[in-house]
Write a protein that binds this ligand. Structure first.
Ligand code: ATR
Length: 281
């Protein structure tokens, strides 16, 4: 094997991915010999791409939409977290065998803990998760890791939210989209996992007027960084957690596996990604 450790991010499309900015920043910062490249792979070519990884000298990589399910199927060994979500976003070889993990859960918990402290959930009774897609599954799984926290899920398509109660029927309930504002008033933490608020999408508009001042509002959308939802929360003096932290923190375990150093999420890294967002949109 060459002394340069090669990693990748693949998706379709992939041009928008900021993962190369993050990993190349860390490669430079820790002065490591390695590379991390963006590779667009169409769904019909994904199996062949995975089959060729070893011959192409890759030690592993990240997988994003729409390949997370296919990556779960392709990995010979997967972590419990990946099994729970049925999705893999991080691949690596161990003794020549392809392993898969899902680091989106750690992305969410790492980000909220770095922003608000490790004990942020103390005093919080109910977390309201809006949305029931792949990102919601990671967020809900992360929230269930905090003892005592109850989770309420609201999704435009109620059936998808109902399916997610199987994660833990004692701690998860669902409510209808029509009751959104009543649930917002009761929640200690509110997490938007839908695409609403992203550039090109309509905003997610919630009524924060009846929320307690301790309420935390988190958004997984990071383009723009200050979504209309977070701006409104800030106007009501609520605590906010933006979506960029989740992206930065989900990258940590992969980098550690491929390049042997557990990297830190620092304000300088955040600034490097923000700079790229400003330049490339
Ligand atoms: P991801 O894997 O990024 O979570 P996804 O699986 O496509 O993406 O999920 C997108 C989420 O955004 C879903 O919860 C979706 O609601 P539906 O299940 O009803 O489709 C939600 N979403 C997208 N556009 C929406 C809109 N205009 N109003 C409300 N919810 C929306």
């Amino acid at each position: 094997m060459s002394s340069i450790r090669k990693a990748f991010v693949t998706g379709y499309p992939i041009a928008h991915s900021r993962s190369p900015v993050i990993h190349n920043y860390w490669l430079r910062y820790y002065d490591l010999k390695g590379s991390y490249e963006r590779i667009g792979v169409a769904p019909e070519d994904f199996t062949a791409f995975i089959a060729g990884l070893k011959d192409n000298g890759f030690v592993g990589g990240n997988v994003t939409m729409p390949h997370k399910d296919a990556a779960f199927a392709a990995a010979a060994v997967t972590t419990e977290r990946a099994k729970q979500l049925h999705a893999v976003n991080t691949l690596w070889f161990e003794d020549g065998v392809l392993h898969g993990d899902n680091t989106d859960i750690l992305g969410f918990t790492g980000c909220i803990e770095q922003t608000l402290g490790r004990h942020w959930y103390q005093g919080v009774e109910t977390a309201l998760v809006i949305g029931a897609g792949g990102a919601a599954r990671a967020v809900v799984t992360g929230l269930l890791g905090y003892p005592g926290l109850k989770v309420k899920i609201i999704n435009r398509t109620t059936d998808k939210a109902d399916d997610m109660t199987a994660f833990d029927r004692n701690r998860i309930e669902t409510a209808s989209w029509d009751n959104l504002d009543a649930e917002v008033a009761k929640a200690g933490v509110i997490v938007n996992t839908t695409s609403l608020g992203m550039t090109g999408y309509p905003p997610l508009v919630l009524d924060f007027s009846r929320c307690s001042k301790d309420t935390i509002v988190a958004d997984i959308v990071y383009v723009p960084l200050m979504t209309p939802l977070l701006s409104a929360a800030q106007e009501h003096s609520l605590r906010i957690v933006d979506g960029l932290g989740m992206l930065l923190h989900q990258a940590v375990p992969g980098f550690a596996r491929w390049f042997g150093v557990t990297p830190e999420v620092t304000p300088e890294l955040r600034e490097a990604v923000l700079q790229d967002l400003r330049e490339r949109g």
